[in-house]
Design a protein around this ligand. Sequence first.
Ligand code: NAD
Length: 311
Amino acid sequence: MNFLITGGAGFLGAALSNRLFRQGHHVRVLDDLSTGDPEVLHPDIHFTRGDINDRPKLWTLLQEIDCVYHLAARVSVPESILFPRDYNEVNVGGTATLMEAVRDAGTTRVVLASSGAIYGNQDDPMLSEGMPPHPSSPYAVSKLASEWYVRTIGALSGVETICLRIFNAYGPGQRIPPAHPPVIPNFIRQALQNGTLIFHGDGNQTRDYVYVDDVVNAMVACATVDYVKEKVINVGSGAETSIRDLAKLVKEIAGGDPEEVYNPRIGSGVSRMCADISLAKEKLNYVPLIPLDMGLRLTLEQDPQFKNGSK
Ligand code: NAD
């Protein structure tokens, strides 16, 4: 098959692009490299540097494409609180631009990387697709709006669409930006340096951490699964882990005895999250294969950022 992957030089996009390429598919990547790195892609993947709002470029890249994976986005919850307009322009505007181009190019299927963040705080932390969304950050709003652009333009134009609500993905290749780093690679780095594990809040907030290869399995399945109208599907591990328990595991695996420091909470204020993955199991034959302790070990061993860091 022929694939276009937007944001394909990023953490999840590169893992997906390389997997599809290794399976023998033709893969094109569009990425503006604002956070991505083309060096992590197999050299024979067709890479184009460009913006998701560049419609002529999209039109050219979409010729002969069967399925688009749309991952290009700004991805930080705290940053989105500071710069909601940028998040709207790239995440929402970019999705509308892509869907307009997809519609006109006659592409068969679009898979959107949406987010578990769209649920926000709910009475029941086991989050299932039927719950009314309650986004509590501009990032989450932008992902919910993206879902609706994908679903609506898809339904109006006959393009098949699947929106994957991905929970907290982690694994080798996840960047650690200086501002608002993701918790797992940041904790691993801090533990290896025997530095300080910084908590935002009391550490009792929970998340569903899902290993990158499991996310890629779910994404790959979306290309060929029999289509049922406008699917929205959770992708997580199905396990709920507190930040305190995560820190304990990281210390066991990375070694060291870093000091724990508790700072005031930042971000969206969502207290508990766990993905109900029944629908993914049913529709995508999805089974998460890598539990958190194993995923942390693999991250430590395989991520060049942590080279020689294993206990
Ligand atoms: P990432 O930052 O590594 O990847 C995003 C990619 O998009 C980067 O390569 C970046 O350069 C590119 N990009 C940003 N703005 C662009 C623009 N204007 N035009 C073209 N390309 C642009 O982040 P990631 O963690 O790999 O996330 C990929 C997707 O998955 C995002 O849509 C994100 O919202 C979604 N998602 C990720 C997670 C997670 O835990 N990693 C969870 C839920 C959803």
